[in-house]
Design a protein around this ligand. Structure first.
Ligand SMILES: NC(=O)c1ccc[n+]([C@@H]2O[C@H](COP(=O)([O-])OP(=O)(O)OC[C@H]3O[C@@H](n4cnc5c(N)ncnc54)[C@H](O)[C@@H]3O)[C@@H](O)[C@H]2O)c1
Length: 467
């Protein structure tokens, strides 16, 4: 299994039936914003909860059914949980682990001095839980819920748990990463109306135990690899930050042109097909064509004219160029002397070559003296091909040599290109390119720019640009 595939296919309902009728008791390490809300909400579902924190003020408040933070409805849920004898709090990690079936870890993960993630609290809690596990005979699940870089659960938490417990992962304990998506201020509401529930677990039993906890509020759980679950949280928050920054840049630009930014963004948000949708949000190759690069440059120019700084929009061309450069590095790393391209127009189903990022790759390869072969059926379609070439020679002078070379390096089929290449660069999911790749001669490497196959080929000669 590669780390991109789901950990396993779980049918939640039958597995839940095997977990048992009684609700598992749960310990929660770290009674901050995440821990306190989780304690209160999960207790309201009928689980017995024991909170653990070295901060005795927080421990005392939770044990008394009082909220240690300002958070809507949290105080009511905590006092209700204490009244039902479902909530307790302590600074004694050992007792909490021995009295529960699973431990949620929601300690702080601050930014380290080098800008990375400071794991000290995660390590400390893992050692405490591990020491208690050494005394425990029954299975225990440890669930990391902090925001951490991919690999942390397996590479940081598990070694600490194993060293302190003397047990191996899977023998006596399991692990899971379960990101939380609670927004401060509406955290309780978000818990009961989740936008998604994501579980990355070490084994089916652990996944099922955790799914059982969430079943009353969400049965459509995404079971993924542990590292995928870890990455989801970072990507979510970075996307939200990107949205805020983008909308604010639109606001600053609109203000400079006395245009109503809210009217503009109201229209923008109405488009659920291209704007607020999965469209354009799957990693693939660089943007190009006659519109996107030009309009981005136009926005930058407008901003400069009015003295408005737009660092996010300014960065778009740079990140796109970096993506093209990364494709070129992949080609170079294969050591190939003969490079075959399947698809060179800026997207499938057009003969438009304007600002095609693949054409930039062809140009770089020719400049490096590599042998190039290309196939794109749309370039053989009826139409003013010579007109296109003439336009490109005029509009993109750095591509003049490519436009001159193109008729000579063009082949009549994808198989022809595959037979004349050491590496195949595929930039469209069309025209049977997947089949041509699958039956390519032995030894021909592949650079996949568009995720050709639903299952990623596990071949040393296959390289995806973002997977
Ligand atoms: N606050 C949020 O809304 C939010 C949202 C998403 C993700 N997160 C992530 O969740 C994690 C927790 O965030 P938070 O805001 O709840 O943090 P917090 O700082 O409010 O709480 C952390 C708690 O952990 C306790 N702690 C430290 N060492 C401990 C130990 N050995 N045993 C038990 N408890 C210990 C601290 O005393 C503190 O009470 C972080 O990784 C954060 O990035 C938080």
């Amino acid at each position: 299994m590669n780390d991109l595939s789901p950990a396993f296919d779980l049918e939640v309902a039958p597995l839940l039936a095997t977990v048992g009728e009684t609700k598992a008791p749960i310990s929660v390490f770290g009674l901050g914003y995440v821990g306190a809300v989780s304690m209160a909400c999960i207790a309201s579902l009928g689980h017995r909860m024991i909170g653990v924190d070295p901060d005795m003020t927080k421990v005392a408040r939770i044990a008394a059914g009082e909220s240690p933070i300002v958070e809507d409805r949290l105080g009511d849920l905590l006092s209700d949980g204490v009244a039902r004898d479902l909530i307790d709090a302590t600074n004694d990690a050992r007792t909490a682990v021995l009295a529960t079936d699973m431990s949620f870890v929601s300690v702080g993960t601050p930014t380290a001095a080098d800008g990375g993630c400071d794991f000290r609290y995660v390590r400390m809690v893992a050692r405490q839980i591990g020491a208690a596990l050494a005394e425990k005979d029954s299975f225990h699940l440890v669930v990391l819920r902090c925001s951490v870089p991919p690999g942390t659960t397996r590479d940081v938490m598990v070694p600490e748990l194993e060293a302190a417990s003397g047990k191996r992962l899977g023998e006596g304990f399991g692990i899971a990463f379960n990101p939380e998506f609670l927004r401060e201020g509406t955290a309780v509401r978000d818990f009961f109306q989740p936008t998604k529930t994501v579980i990355g677990a070490s084994d089916k039993r652990s996944a099922a135990m955790l799914a059982e906890v969430y079943a009353p509020v969400d049965e459509t759980i995404s079971f993924v690899a542990v590292e995928t679950a870890e990455m989801v949280k970072y990507v979510d928050n970075t996307w939200h930050a990107t949205k805020v920054a983008f909308a604010n840049e639109v606001g600053r630009l609109c203000k400079a042109f006395a245009t109503d930014s809210h009217a503009v963004m109201d229209i923008f948000c109405q488009d659920r097909h291209l704007n607020l949708s999965p469209y354009y949000l799957k990693p693939g190759f660089a943007f190009g064509g006659s519109c996107l690069p030009k309009e981005v440059r136009a926005m930058q120019h407008l901003a400069q004219e009015r003295g408005v700084r737009l660092p996010l929009i300014d960065s778009l061309t740079e990140t796109n160029d970096e993506h093209i450069a990364s494709a070129l590095r992949l080609i170079e790393e294969t050591g190939a002397r003969r490079v075959g391209f399947l698809g060179i127009t800026f997207k499938p189903n057009t003969d438009d070559l304007r600002e095609s990022p693949t054409l930039e790759l062809v140009a770089e390869c020719l400049e490096r003296g590599l042998e190039v072969a290309v196939y794109d059926p749309n370039l053989h379609a009826e139409g003013d091909l010579e007109g296109h070439y003439a336009y490109m020679r005029h509009a993109r002078p750095h591509l003049r040599a490519v436009m001159t070379a193109l008729p000579d390096v063009a082949r009549s089929s994808a198989d022809d290109v595959a037979g004349a290449a050491d590496v195949l660069v595929v930039s469209h999911k069309a025209h049977g390119y997947g089949d041509a790749v699958a039956r390519r001669p032995e030894g021909v490497a592949v650079i996949d720019l568009i995720r050709l196959f639903p299952e990623i080929p596990e071949e040393a000669s296959y390289h995806g640009i973002g997977w």
